[in-house]
Design a protein around this ligand. Sequence first.
Ligand code: ATP
Length: 320
Amino acid sequence: MKRIAVLTSGGDAPGMNSAIRAVVRKALYEGIEVYGINYGYAGLVAGDFKKLTRQDVGDIIQKGGTSLYSARYPQFATEEGQLKGIEELKKFGIEGLVAIGGDGTYRGAHALTQHGYPCVCIPGTIDNDIAGTDYTVGFDTAINTVLDSLDKIRDTATSHVRTFVIEVMGRDAGDIALWTGIASGAEQIIIPEVDFDITKIAEKIRQGREHGKKHTIIVLAEGVMGGNEFAEKLDAIDNFHVRVTVLGHVQRGGSPSARDRVLASRFGAAAVDLLKEDKGGLALGIKNEAIVSNPIEDVLDKLETTSNLALYQLNQEISF
Ligand code: ATP
């Protein structure tokens, strides 16, 4: 391949810029031209392309968000949209595509693959909810952002002997809640993968108080229920006066961590290596610190929860 394109789609994640930079720089190093596509699949269909130079991706490795912008574009689920996208790519003489994003982004790339167009996917989402990879770009930064808030909330919770519920992102996967719950010493983690018993949690809070615990921190993944709803359920059992903090979109932003920048750089270069060899229909991942690739269809609609359950159990054992 002599000309490829790169886009970011779905929810933005810190480190997407580091990945874009690596795609562009590695491609140019290999003598391949790169086009950037603005606004994900919406820009693909609209032909919103621009040729990228090495200078265009200067000064972005450290920036959160995505310099190619992102968009939700449900119309790309139609064959009409997909074929129009391929037509635009061919118009520009572009032979392969790097798609950076989450599960939905993978689905779009899979559709293009089925139409015979080569795509390589890079997992970019703070949720860490993609199969075939131990980590996604953005997850490390997001958990450190959440941890910073949890540490601050703990200060005030301890001073006033309060119970806090902190709602974090994670619709289907509880990784953000798990990692930050353990790292902050939270008393309870609630995730979609594991059922919970609210009366047992209330009992745990009471016992903690009897043993002199000054605070109770409960980290709740949004996919289970809203923080306010959970707090109401707890207060209905006992008058805990539970306080709620919903961290929201602050979790998406910020300068990517060193880990996310390195991971994104490795993925970006690996994507170019695959397309250079005319290999498409693949999703990149990192497994035991090595970069791997799997057919996109093998990682769609799957969640890997094994490590989650071990971490959940660990927290149950060491939090009280
Ligand atoms: P995150 O999970 O971090 O929000 P995501 O990539 O899963 O990221 P989505 O909004 O689900 O985010 O998907 C991104 C884009 O991918 C959609 O706006 C749409 O353009 C495209 N897409 C999603 N599902 C499909 C599908 N079934 N077929 C083709 N394209 C799709």
